[in-house]
Design a protein around this ligand. Structure first.
Ligand SMILES: NC(=O)c1ccc[n+]([C@@H]2O[C@H](COP(=O)([O-])OP(=O)(O)OC[C@H]3O[C@@H](n4cnc5c(N)ncnc54)[C@H](OP(=O)(O)O)[C@@H]3O)[C@@H](O)[C@H]2O)c1
Length: 316
């Protein structure tokens, strides 16, 4: 019998009751792959969307599914030709494979070493596990799709959550001016991360509130919230400005707007860059709560509220 591990699993799409924490086989280690002992796994809203079946026509899957795409851990074994890392190295990854099956809410994961970068040395495993998916999303949205430049102004909708809290910091690294949108209770948090201005979406028309600060409007809107907040914010986008959304695919967006939808891709080179930024003190992760593997269903219920401050993490 091969190695076994504890893992959260589900055998059908549905709500939190589908999650069962059980013992499963650790997959066999193949060419180019590493076996990583998971120390912490970041939880993301998409984990619940996948569990509820919303992405089933878009991402191939095989039951039982172990949910979770973010991981920080330690290399425990290496397959043939997997030599980028040594046994004992501390690594982190956005571990979304082409097929949804073996995720990170487990004690171990086996995946190609190409997914991994070295974990930031100055961060705990919990903090590091909170970076990959949201950090790469912010990176690919602001730097790649949004082409954010120094001295530009960026409006971030949903700026106190996982993606937004990393986006504020990455925008500041570029030298941009940042306006963060979230509810009042998170304004101090967004300021601590570097936001120059904050706007409450609950008591304001977001676009009008932004125009009071910047009458000429903003160069870039990064949308991590959508809905009415997005609709209102468009009033504050400059004529030649850019809109990047990770939720809206372009529905009801005026064709004259320079619009990009981003779906985050694994990218170990960008993860190395995020590591450098973390190690130079420019990127921090606020872990607002940790959960055990047995509490996976509760962690997924919390992330589904879309009102988590910073990140939550499962520690197996
Ligand atoms: N396409 C992609 O590649 C991709 C990647 C990552 C995430 N996403 C999606 O993007 C969304 C954000 O992800 P996340 O991980 O950052 O979620 P999260 O950690 O739950 O953060 C949600 C954020 O949105 C704010 N918010 C909630 N309702 C709002 C509203 N009506 N107007 C403005 N802000 C609002 C929250 O602030 P308050 O608590 O103060 O309300 C919080 O700052 C999720 O729906 C997720 O599925 C997509």
């Amino acid at each position: 019998m091969g190695k076994q591990m504890k893992a959260a699993t589900y055998k059908e799409f549905g709500g939190k009751e589908t999650i069962k924490v059980t013992t499963v086989d650790v997959p066999e280690l193949k060419e180019g792959e590493v076996l990583v002992r998971i120390k912490a796994a970041g939880v993301n809203p998409v984990d619940t969307a996948v569990r509820e079946g919303y992405l089933k026509d878009f991402l191939p899957y095989e039951f039982p599914v172990i949910p979770g795409w973010d991981v920080a851990g330690v290399v425990e074994d290496r397959g043939f030709s997997a030599r980028r890392f040594n046994v004992g190295d501390e690594v982190y990854a956005y571990a979304r494979r082409p097929k949804v099956q073996y995720g990170t809410f487990a004690e171990y994961i086996v995946i190609p070493e190409t997914y991994f970068a070295r974990k930031p040395e100055n961060l705990s495993f919990e903090e590091a596990a909170g970076i990959p998916l949201v950090g790469l999303t912010a990176y690919q949205s602001l730097y790649d799709a949004g082409n954010l430049q120094e001295n530009q102004t960026v409006l971030i909708l949903g700026a106190s959550g996982g993606v937004g809290s990393l986006a504020i910091q990455l925008a500041k690294v570029k030298g941009a001016t940042v306006i963060g949108v979230a509810s009042e209770k998170n304004h101090g948090f967004m300021k601590e991360l570097g936001a120059d201005h904050t706007v409450d979406y609950k008591d304001n028309h977001v676009g009008n509130a932004v125009k009071e600060i910047f009458p000429d409007g903003v160069d870039l809107i990064f949308d991590c919230a959508s809905g009415e907040t997005l609709e209102q914010s468009l009033a504050a986008l400059k004529k030649n400005g850019t809109l990047v959304s990770i939720l809206n695919h372009g529905e009801n967006i005026d064709k004259s707007i320079n619009f990009h939808y981003v779906f985050v891709e694994p990218n170990a080179r960008q993860l190395e860059h995020l590591r450098e930024l973390a190690e130079s003190g420019k990127l921090k992760v606020h872990v607002s709560n940790t959960y055990s593997l047995d509490e996976t269903a509760e962690a997924m219920q919390q992330i589904q509220t879309l009102h988590t401050t910073g990140k939550i993490v499962i520690v197996p």
